[in-house]
Write a protein that binds this ligand. Structure first.
Ligand code: SPV
Ligand code: MG
Length: 540
């Protein structure tokens, strides 16, 4: 590949370099296919809110230039003003800038501290011998010729006339630096044309056509210009746009009228590489436990009475619970417990389900199939740890946080049985435990209370609690789960409930631990459940 030096020297057309002051600007310039970024002294100082007059230190300019190098693959041409002092400062500057990966520096022949070339008044020039000494210092300090040194002539800016400008150009060329930059503040390109004609392509030339935008690119090409720099137009555009937005926010006290015309936050994310970072996180970030959540919410409701009426036109997931669909509350709770990768399996009235920010995934043959079958549509989520979570159960973030700390291969979430009142006729997924609950008080939950059986149909004396619809699998549990699934004939698998599958695991001697919580969860099976949940949400 051609080096930047080769491209600069051999360009048949002038390279186009655009001014910026930070990594974001540099990225935008790269997106638009320009040849390089100008780390503008004017922009960098203005973005710090200070004058372009060497108020900032070399390190501050360098930091920004390096930010641009890091943000793009474009060459960065740094405006280093006068080199920040005398020949010793210049040597140090070159060492630092070259090491930072800058492609070129432009050193101007003014006295330190300089003032921006367009500011009327003081524009003091260094003597030719003094500036040539600085250029020699720069030339000798660089490690590679690929680091370009461009000498900027300010004689026309300072009002010293054309003869002085040409004299300086020749003196700097003789030092053996790579190019001259002839600067002008004239509104017309005549002065530049006069210089170029007299100079007659004796060395490569760079222009900054800020005040003479009328000079056409084709003409600059004819003059053999190697590089042009659009030094500050992007910053001027930004300021104009910010004024517009700020005016609207101040007068309208709202952003409604500008939402469509301003850049989306998503584009900012793209520019700053957020999506890439998230991809990398998936691959490399291993803090804590990664739990992928799968919520089966595909089935048609099988409710009775008033609940069946409520669910005539909506899936259970979309039941309104104090201003929010049930599924949104479930997702929020999971998010608060640190789980972000959530997949909601949909089927019945799938288009109605609003599961943002979770992923919605369709189970096409949801009708007449069971939950185990539904879950098989999220097989790719069976890695790290998986939490299977019913779509009609809401669990507090505190309970979820404790539950997912369970280290066993397979753990199911259970609750003590309540058989009185409205639960009298309820069909429970009953569980039988290795350590039946004591009738008295206990200090803490049993750390290893193995599931002995699970069924809707257990004898009274063996029924120690109910399964509420949450299962946690660690990597080992996932393996066991999947290999047991594989052993079940496809036809049988289709109609299997979670409880039935868990019972099969128990029969196959798979150890399943339980996690018990008396409070901090609610389900929406009956209308009474629903009313109670809404009351709880109203009066937390
Ligand atoms: C800069 O961008 O800082 C420059 C170009 O040096 S100018 O402002 O035109 O002098
Ligand atoms: Mg400058």
């Amino acid at each position: 590949m051609q080096s930047f030096r080769e491209r600069f020297l051999s360009a048949e057309k002038p390279l186009i370099i655009v001014g910026a002051h930070d990594g974001l600007g540099a990225k935008l310039i790269e997106q638009h296919g320009f040849d390089g970024v100008w780390a503008s002294g004017l922009e960098i100082s203005a973005s710090h809110g200070v004058p372009d007059a060497n108020i900032l230190t070399m390190t501050q300019y360098l930091e920004r230039s390096q930010e641009m190098v890091n943000a793009t693959s474009l060459p960065v041409i740094a405006d280093v003003d006068t080199g920040y002092g005398n020949s010793s400062n210049v040597r140090h500057m070159v060492e630092q800038y070259e090491a930072a990966g800058i492609a070129a520096v432009v050193i101007e022949d003014k006295l330190f501290p300089k003032v921006n070339s367009f500011v009327p008044g003081r524009q003091e020039l260094a003597s030719i011998p003094e500036f040539c000494g600085k250029l020699e210092a720069a030339r000798d300090a660089r490690k590679s010729d690929n680091f370009l040194i461009i000498s900027r002539i300010e004689a026309l800016i300072a009002g010293w006339g054309m003869a002085e400008a040409l004299k300086r150009a020749e003196a700097y060329r003789e030092v053996g630096v790579d190019s001259i930059l002839i600067h002008s503040k004239s509104k017309e390109p005549d002065e530049i044309r006069e210089f170029l004609k007299a100079w007659n392509k004796r060395s490569p030339v760079v222009l900054i056509p800020t005040t003479y935008p009328a000079m056409k690119y084709e003409e600059m090409q004819e003059w053999g210009i190697n590089m042009i720099i659009f030094a500050n137009q992007c910053m001027r555009t930004t300021i104009a746009a910010m004024h517009k937005t700020l005016d609207i926010m101040a007068t309208e006290k709202s952003t409604v009228s500008i939402e469509k015309s301003i850049t989306t936050v998503k584009e900012i994310f793209e520019l700053q590489g957020m999506m890439k970072m998230k991809e990398h996180e998936k691959k490399y970030l291993r803090t804590g436990k990664t739990v992928h959540v799968v919520i089966p919410a595909a089935g048609a409701p099988k409710h009775e009475g008033k609940m069946a009426e409520m669910l005539r036109n909506i899936p259970v997931a979309m039941l309104p619970t104090e201003g929010k669909p049930l599924i949104q509350r479930i997702i929020e709770s999971l998010n608060q417990a640190g789980m972000q990768d959530i997949t909601v399996l949909t089927g019945y009235k799938k288009e109605m389900i609003q599961a943002d920010p979770a992923e919605k995934r369709e189970v096409p043959d949801f009708a007449g199939t069971g939950i185990v079958h539904s879950i098989s549509h999220a097989k790719d989520k069976f890695k790290d740890s998986v939490l299977i979570h019913y779509g009609d159960v809401i669990v507090s973030p505190e309970n979820l946080r404790s539950f997912i700390t369970c280290e066993d291969p397979i753990t199911v979430f259970i609750s003590p049985l309540q058989r009185t009142g409205r639960y009298e006729n309820k069909k429970f997924d009953l569980v039988s435990l290795a350590h039946p609950p004591s009738s008295g008080r206990t200090l803490e939950r049993h750390p290893k209370n193995i599931l002995k059986a699970i069924s809707t149909d257990l004898p009274e004396e063996a029924s120690h609690g109910e399964f509420i619809g949450l299962i946690l699998l660690n990597p080992k549990g996932i393996k066991t789960w999947l290999s047991n699934i594989d052993q079940i004939p496809a036809k049988e698998l289709k109609s299997l409930s979670l409880a039935e599958f868990l019972q099969r695991l128990v029969q196959n001697k798979v150890e399943i631990n339980t996690f018990e919580a008396r409070t901090g969860w609610a389900e929406v099976h009956s209308y009474e459940d629903y009313e109670e949940l809404c009351t709880l949400l109203r009066n937390p």
